[in-house]
Write a protein that binds this ligand. Structure first.
Ligand code: TV7
Ligand code: CA
Ligand code: ZN
Length: 390
């Protein structure tokens, strides 16, 4: 292996279960759990696994998932099978839980959900027990799931479950979401508490981009009796944002939030659909730009739970998450940008075989975010933080 050695003075734990990877959402569905296989192959080819504690995660129990989800919804997920999609007597329930093209019923659905949720819960517990300073679950990050409803490829909200674990020990937890979609499920779950500050960066177009929520002025119900008022921060963006602007915006927003809110733990959702060339996304971020956000969050030295999320061009998802793993173990400078000859599925990374292909050159989307617009967003967030100080 290439010389990545321990210890670093802080522990990084990796939480995964290969049984998540073979699940199929269906033929043309953009969500491909197989991207986790590709990520793991890169991480191992670079020897990064030598620098982390590796945990085979267990499935979350029904009771653990019921800390957020309604039991009748979990019971439905546990017993439903693909053939029920054609059963007329099931059609009302299926519709009420928002099962459909985005969130289909596939073989092993409950197993899939409980495994990725178990990973995030285990990761959170390692942080809480001081057995890890940075805990990673790339199979988690499914931020759209609601209490009794699937949404946007998400069925069980592992992030909410992880934050609930962290709240047992930390008075305040901050959630940061760099997926191109709005982190609506997490925001809504903690809508009426001041113990969680949610911050989502996303493409916002009310009528034409999923899920249509996350406007700048959507900051939590502004009622005098709601402690959660002002504790949702939304950074709505337009198409085509580039590395330098995104990173500057990210640092200004996240830096001010950490300074004001002083969280005891941070959860970072690293959805990779904010990369350029993503099948569903519309930003122009490179692997390095996306990774710089992770690097910045790491500088606070606050216990950190890192999860995956979206990402629909698997070769780039795996590049980003492998690079971000190297950042989290402090080994980014030891990584050869040329993808090792030994990596499995190496053909997926051609013709460049680079960890850092210039994504924004390949399919650049016109940048519709003016400097003035970005400055106005930063100003609005800083104004919102003044309310929070009380
Ligand atoms: C976290 N966009 C999840 C992001 C969830 C996005 C959507 C699709 C899509 C679904 C498919 C499919 C697709 C090419 C893309 C309004 C609709 C339009 C379903 C076809 N191809 C995350 C969810 C978003 C399903 N949904 O944040 C099967 O795109 O826009 C919508 C809703 C109604 C339903 N139809 C799409 O990244 C993990 N879905 C092909 C086959
Ligand atoms: Ca987001
Ligand atoms: Zn997304």
């Amino acid at each position: 292996h290439n010389g990545i050695t321990r210890p670093k003075g802080y522990r990084v734990s990796w939480h995964a279960n290969p049984a998540v990877e073979p699940h199929h959402f269906g033929q043309s569905h953009p969500m491909k759990p197989w991207r986790l296989t590709l990520t793991k192959q890169l991480v191992m080819a670079y020897g990064m696994h030598y620098a982390m504690d590796l945990y085979l995660t267990r499935a979350a129990t029904f009771e653990e998932m019921a800390e957020f989800h309604k039991e009748d919804y979990l019971e439905f997920l546990r017993q439903v099978v693909p053939a029920d999609m054609e059963a007329p007597e099931q059609s009302d329930r299926i519709a009420s839980y928002n099962i459909g093209d985005d969130c289909p019923i596939f073989d092993g659905l409950y197993n899939y959900c409980s495994l990725y949720a178990g990973g995030t819960i285990d990761a959170a517990r390692k942080l809480v027990n001081n057995q890890s300073e940075i805990a990673i679950n790339w199979s988690g990050g499914l931020h759209h799931a609601k209490k009794a409803e699937a949404s946007g490829f998400c069925y069980v909200n592992d992030i909410v479950l992880g934050i609930l674990q962290l709240l047992r020990h930390h008075p305040r937890v901050m959630y940061i979401d760099i997926d191109v979609h709005h982190g609506d499920g997490v925001e809504q779950a903690f809508w009426s508490t001041d113990r969680v500050l949610t911050v989502s960066f996303h493409k916002y177009d009310k009528d034409n981009f999923f899920p249509g929520t996350g406007a700048l002025d959507s900051t939590g119900p502004a009622h005098p009796l709601n402690p959660g008022a002002h504790h949702a921060i939304n950074v709505p963006l337009n198409d085509g944002i580039e590395d330098a602007d995104y990173l500057q915006l990210f640092k200004e927003v996240v830096g001010s939030c950490v300074e004001t809110y002083r969280p005891g733990a941070i959860v970072l959702q690293c959805g990779a659909d904010s990369l350029g060339c993503d099948r569903l996304g519309c930003f122009n971020l490179n692997v390095t730009g996306h990774g710089s956000c992770v690097e910045y969050v790491k500088t606070f030295g606050i216990p950190l739970l890192v999860v995956g999320g979206g990402g629909y061009t698997p070769r780039n998802v795996s590049r980003a998450w492998a690079h971000e793993t190297s950042i989290l173990i402090d080994a980014a400078d030891k990584i050869d940008p040329n993808i090792p000859e030994t990596v499995a599925f190496r053909n997926h990374f051609g013709p460049d075989y680079s960890l850092f292909p210039p994504l924004s050159e390949m399919r650049r989307i016109e940048n519709k975010n003016s400097k003035a617009y970005l400055a106005s967003v930063v100003a609005a967030v800083k104004e919102q933080l003044r309310y929070m100080k009380g």
